[in-house]
Design a protein around this ligand. Sequence first.
Ligand code: SF4
Length: 329
Amino acid sequence: MSKGKNTEHMMKTEQSSTVPRVGVSACLLGREVRFDGGHKHDRYVTGKLGEVFNLVPVCPEVEAGMGVPRPVIQLRRINGETRLMRSDGSIDYTEAMMKVASRRALTLGSEISGFIFKSKSPTCGMERVPMANAEGVKQDRSGVGLFVQQFTRLAPLVPIEEEGRLNDPMLRENFLERVYSFQRWKEVDPEDIRGFIAFHERHKLILMARGSACYSQLGRIVAGVTRKDLAQRREQYIATFMQVMKGLATRKRHYNVLQHVMGYFKQKIDSEDKRELLDLMQSYREMQVPLATPIAILKHHLRKHPDSYLRNQHYFDPYPGTLALRASI
Ligand code: SF4
């Protein structure tokens, strides 16, 4: 192997070995399962995301036996409870939908590493779903789809997002990071203390991009872990980790991470390269270049000056590079 190829290999972190399975509202995949017999095909989901995820279609309304086509349904608030009903009020689907969501959480919840939901749906909507009163008169947009409510209650670790929000580059990057981090977590042997500690260490920069306190907060859960309390610590760790990962990695925090990384090899590069890197980092901070630009230069220097700690950081390749998401944040 040539020196170049060898150092290239050295820079690669351990990506997850399997393609993450991700649940998707079936209508987003082009399945004609909507109430009117149509679909809501989302090209980004089936195109770009279909290349890096194994997409699992789910249509809770069809699974609840509502048929296609079917009358329109809505969320109603009745005596403080959310009910899923036909808009004409003739049928209450709440129990049927709760059963579908519970069964899916049980059968699918441990297999998938994420879920992409159709927005605004009384079943699949993650937020701002129209809510009606007991008479069926629309009141506000405070609802959450009934399937989502129950599924996330029973499978709270699974990262979720809506197709519309995936158009926002920051939210898209955040979702991808959460899915791939969760996938990597699932690949750690639950009996392996070293694997547990390594997972934490390899996500240090990703966590720092959510705020410098995040890594320390999780570090306290890992510190002093023993075989006896491993299971309990793991449970506490991943619940906290997935919660922390919901926080957006802001430009300022990425800048802090870049500075931290530069500190590891600033003695190894000459003053011209250092100046170029500092200028690029500043340009990134001032929104003149995307994150991909300083990261590419850092990776170039790290290939020339390998460092075992940085080499293992998932921050540099948190998900498949083909997505090129950091070219727009
Ligand atoms: S939004 Fe959900 S329930 Fe409605 S058609 Fe799409 S997958 Fe089915």
